[in-house]
Write a protein that binds this ligand. Structure first.
Ligand code: BTN
Length: 245
């Protein structure tokens, strides 16, 4: 399956997500992929910057979502699975894990980051699924270790363009799945979840909380078992694995 959304190559731009938002605000909501060669103001989750030098993939799937916010809430997981499906095709054998909610990592090194943004209402509800994947370069100077597709493949190179062709297909499949039901996505996500059953630290609004990552709830919340035995549902935050980097 493949979505025939056009791909627009934007060259050097501030951010493909920001450009999608500008288009939405101007009323030009067309289902498409926006792709940059590099970004001067790439944005990550939790207001962090996303280093965006050329050689890597900087893309945003920009589309109307008739299912509204309830489907959009599934997209961090669906998009992360699309990235791990892509990696299974272009870097077979790489042990990709997903760190809640949507980082793709290999041996605790970050391969990809996802930033989902939404806006509009009713028929005009739109989603930007911003996807950054390290293809040729492992960014340095970031708060955590990084990896890239070239290192995982070991031998032959692949371009960001060819990686995007595969991603467009895997994303289309996972979007279709998200539109039908969350449960199969949840099950697939849990199969590759990083740190499941382990003690993790989740930083929520600058306050760290520690516990065992027990499960993911039917609405996508991380279920944390606290040392006092209580369960806490985490809906936003930054997860790190205790004893790991
Ligand atoms: C994160 O891990 O914090 C999310 C990073 C998301 C980066 C991508 S690159 C393409 C798109 N444009 C942006 O400015 N951000 C996303």
């Amino acid at each position: 399956m493949r979505l025939d959304w056009p791909v627009y190559h934007l060259g050097v731009i501030d951010s493909t997500n920001t450009e999608a938002q500008r288009r939405a605000k101007a009323g030009h909501i067309e289902n498409c992929w926006l792709v940059a060669e590099s970004q001067t103001a790439g944005r990550g989750r939790l207001q962090r910057p996303w280093l965006s030098s050329s050689g890597n993939l900087f893309s945003s799937a920009f589309f109307r979502e008739p299912g509204g916010i309830s489907i959009a809430a599934r997209l961090p997981f669906a998009t992360a699975l699309a990235v791990s499906d892509m990696a299974a095709i272009i870097a077979p054998g790489a042990p990709v894990k997903l760190k809640w909610p949507n980082d793709a990592r290999v041996n605790q090194a970050k391969l990809s980051g996802i930033l989902i943004e939404t806006g509009g209402q009713g028929q005009d509800f739109w989603v930007v699924a911003g996807i950054g994947i390290n293809i040729a370069e492992c960014p340095e100077g970031t708060s955590q270790a990084t990896t890239c597709i070239h290192d995982l493949r070991g031998d032959t190179l692949i371009s960001a363009e060819d990686a995007l062709s595969v991603l467009r297909e895997t994303f289309a499949r996972r979007l279709e799945q998200a539109r039908q039901s969350f449960e199969p996505l949840r099950e697939d996500w849990l199969k590759v979840a990083e740190g499941l059953g382990e003690t993790v630290r989740v930083t929520v609004s600058d306050s760290p909380v520690e516990g065992v990552f027990e499960d993911m709830a039917p609405d996508g919340a991380l279920i944390l078992r606290l040392p006092n035995g209580e369960r806490q549902m985490i809906r936003a935050g930054d997860v790190s694995l205790i004893g790991r980097t």
